[in-house]
Every structure is written in C-alpha cells, then in structure tokens.
Write a protein that binds this ligand. Structure first.
Ligand code: SAM
Ligand code: TMP
Ligand code: ZN
Length: 405
C-alpha cells in the first residue's frame, strides 16, 4: 500500500506522466551521460485529501548551486512581492524589534523591500546560485534547507519570528513534519506562518497539468492544509485566493487558539467538499482532459510543421518540462525556446533537449507561431510582445485548452 507523506493514510494513484527529468535540469549543449529521470505520478490521500507525488526526487538534485530560476523575472511577480512585503510591514511587523523569516527567498525580490525598510529579516535559501543574488541586494540569507534543525539554530541566534513567509516553496517540500516542527520552534506565540502555492482547484479547473513536476510535490487545498495544520497543533486561520502563477491560495496559519479563524476558511472548505474536489470522479475527469490536451497540442504542432510554419517556445519554464516530455515535443517540432534567464540560455531543456536562446532570438526574425509555456505570465508577455502580433505572429496556448490567439 502507498501511504500519504503527511498523515500516513492510504494514497491512491490517479495520474502517471511517465519518466520525467529534473524540471530545472538544463543541460550543456555538449552534454553526454545519463540524464536523471523519475516516474512523475500523482496520488490522493483517502484520509486527509492531500494530493501529492508518488515518487520523491532527492532535494539536493533540484536545489543547489545550479538552480536557475529567478523570482524577479516577471514584472507581475515583482509587484506582487512588493505589495506582500508592504502588507506585512503595515500589519504584522509594527513592533520595535520585529523579525520576518522567508523560506525559499530566492533572489530576494520580497526581502529587499523588508531590508530597505530597516526591518530584521532572514532568508533561508538552499540554492547558492540565487542566494548570492539576494545577498548582492543587501538581504540577509542563510544558505540551507529550512527544517527543524535549521529552525532551532535561527531561533537560538535571532529569537522568535512574528512572520514566517514562503511563496512557491512549501509545496516543494515533502518533509512537512520537520517544517511544522521548525515553525513551532521559530514562530512567536502570536506569530503567523503564511504560505502561498498553486491551488488544486485551479489546476483541476484549468487542466493546468504542467503545474505537476518534480519540484511541486504537493497540490494543496483548504481541506488538506487545514488537516495538516491541525496535526501539528496549528490552525488554518485565513485563506486568500491570488491570481498569480495560474491561481494560488495564500494560507495563514497560527498556533491553535491564538487567532480567530476568518469566515473565508469555512467557506472555502465547504466549497471544496461541495464539489468533491479530491474525489476519484473529479480527478479521473481531470486526467481525461489532460490526455485530450496532449492529443490536441501534438496534432496542432505536427500540422504546423507539415505546413512549413515556424514554431518556437516562449519561456523555458519548469512547467514546460512536463509538457514537452509528456507530449513528446522536441527540437523537431519547436526549434528553440526563448527565455530571459541567463542560466537557462545556451543550454538544452531537460529531457526534451530543445535549445534555449535569449529574447533577442525570438525577434530575429519572428516565428509564425509561439507556444507560450509561460502562460501564467500571458498578460505581461503578450502586452510587451505586440510587435510579434503586428508581424503576423500567433500565440499558441494550452491552458485552459489548446487554442491559437
Ligand atoms: N519564493 C520564490 C518565488 O515565489 O518566486 C522562489 C520560489 S522557487 C520556485 C522555490 C525555492 O524554494 C527555491 O529557491 C529553492 O531553493 C527553495 N527551497 C527548496 N527547499 C527549501 C527548504 N527546505 N527551505 C527553504 N527553501 C527551500
Ligand atoms: P515561471 O512561470 O515559473 O515564473 O517561469 C517563467 C519563465 O519564463 C522564466 O524562465 C522566465 C521566463 N520569462 C521570459 O522569458 N520572458 C518574460 O517576459 C517572462 C515574464 C518570463
Ligand atoms: Zn493524508
């Protein structure tokens, strides 16, 4: 029997994407050797409703000195994190010696605002490549994985934190027992642990199957997070839906009884129960739509190629690893992917081995079609690439369904 990584209940597999590489494992063009693959399959816990990967990729293979993703790569996300920092400054960090800890601070896009306001802070970021960028901004960072032992050290050195914040990081961490024990060590008695991650209901509703890849171990819902918090003596006291990254929820967790729970928690929990979000029927239908999207996308790309049209990718996202490898999309169908991230350019995409080139390559000359892998930044990208449309170019999207716009 497979068991749930958080509660030990029975885990039922409902989805299998086959062998997949490390989603951020971009390769040198002259790379030879065995590329790492694992079986990307997803299950749901019959006891606590937590949706999770079946296989766990060792964390040092994903988060290390080569981790390329930079959080400040999108204007929308820069604004989002600036607003988030200002919100904490105005609400939770008003005391004399307030202290905020961010898990997975990446390049410091959020913490820079906290640092500039002169507030005590610490980023916990195991990927040396991005931690170095944050330090260059004047942000305090410790280069390690957050877990119970690192939390104890931070508490001993710096005292309790009023806020522990994590964006797009908690869903990356299989060992949530150690995380919650660490939060218990580090959080002030009336402090809050706030994290935001892609929301299961959005993934199901938009068929955004590319949110499923090695780093995304959990797909949270209000029901599963509430159950998890309760097991560690905490309570889910607020939920807020966020439009970023294709639809997320920000969960606010406090020590049990420390803060009143907002009515939004009960409302979202009731909504999830009402639609049987983690039910076998719901998840089976999702898998049917995923298979349909694969069929439609590959048929479209093959037709375009047969008609002599040029197609490139836009945004070598971690998400694109699942799309290209699951759909069998290689350099024969997409000549290259343009991406602004320096550490992805000049390399090959993991598993599918499509060259990654700079933004300049996109316009030299413009292709007939661009497959928008960074669909979560569609508004920002389509607005700034208006010349592509004027030159006759068309965008291909596959979320929430395959279409050309
Ligand atoms: N918070 C940023 C954002 O939202 O853009 C970065 C998100 S990035 C997808 C996930 C980050 O979590 C990576 O920078 C990774 O190194 C970090 N990470 C992974 N495991 C961690 C852990 N146990 N403690 C702290 N950070 C971790
Ligand atoms: P994300 O969807 O995980 O945030 O990744 C977005 C990727 O797309 C990242 O590699 C940066 C890249 N990107 C561009 O190349 N151009 C852009 O305008 C934006 C917003 C992102
Ligand atoms: Zn469970």
């Amino acid at each position: 029997m497979l068991s749930c990584r958080t509660c030990g209940g029975e885990l039922r597999e409902f989805c299998d994407f086959g062998p997949q590489p490390l989603s951020s494992g971009f390769l040198e063009p002259d790379y030879v050797g065995d590329e790492f693959f694992f079986r990307l399959a997803v299950g749901v816990c019959g006891q606590c409703s937590m949706v999770q990967l079946i296989e766990e990729v060792p964390r040092h293979l994903m988060f290390n000195g080569h981790y390329p993703y930079l959080s400040s790569g999108s204007a929308t996300m820069r604004k989002h994190f600036e607003q988030t920092a200002k919100h904490f400054i105005d609400t939770e960090l008003t005391g004399d010696d307030a202290f905020l800890v961010e898990l997975g601070c990446n390049d410091g896009v959020m913490l820079k605002v906290i640092a500039d306001a002169g507030i005590r802070h610490l980023g916990v970021e195991p990927s040396q490549s991005v931690a170095a960028v944050a330090r260059a901004y004047g942000v305090q960072v410790t280069t390690e994985f957050f877990q119970e032992s690192s939390a104890q050290q931070i508490r001993a050195a710096s005292g309790p934190a009023q806020v522990i914040y994590a964006a797009n990081t908690i869903c990356h961490i299989p060992y949530l027992d150690s995380i919650f024990r660490g939060v218990d060590e580090l959080l002030a008695p009336d402090g809050i642990f706030v994290f935001e991650d892609p929301y299961l209901a959005e993934i199901v509703d938009r068929t955004s199957f590319d949110q499923i890849y090695d780093e995304h171990f959990y797909f949270f819902s209000a029901v599963s997070v509430q159950a998890m918090a309760a097991r560690f003596g905490f309570e889910l006291v607020d939920v807020e839906r966020l439009p970023v990254h294709g639809g997320e929820v920000r969960y606010t967790i406090a020590r049990r009884g420390a803060r009143p729970a907002s009515a939004r928690v009960a409302a979202l929990v009731a909504e999830e129960h009402g639609r049987d979000l983690a039910g076998q029927g719901t998840l089976k239908q999702f898998v049917g739509r995923v298979e349909q999207a694969r069929e439609e996308l590959t048929t479209l790309l093959r037709q375009l190629k047969a008609n002599g049209q040029t197609v490139v990718g836009y945004g070598a996202t971690a998400k694109s690893a699942t799309v290209t490898n699951y759909c069998g999309i290689g350099p024969d169908l997409i000549s290259f992917i343009s991406d602004t991230t320096p550490n992805k350019q000049g390399r090959l995409t993991p598993g599918s081995h499509i060259p990654v080139r700079s933004r300049d390559a996109f316009a030299a000359p413009y292709p007939d079609y661009a497959l928008l892998f960074a669909w979560n930044h569609a508004d920002e990208i389509i607005a700034k690439e208006q010349e592509f449309r004027k030159a006759g170019g068309k965008w291909i999207l596959y979320v929430p369904e395959v279409r050309v716009v």
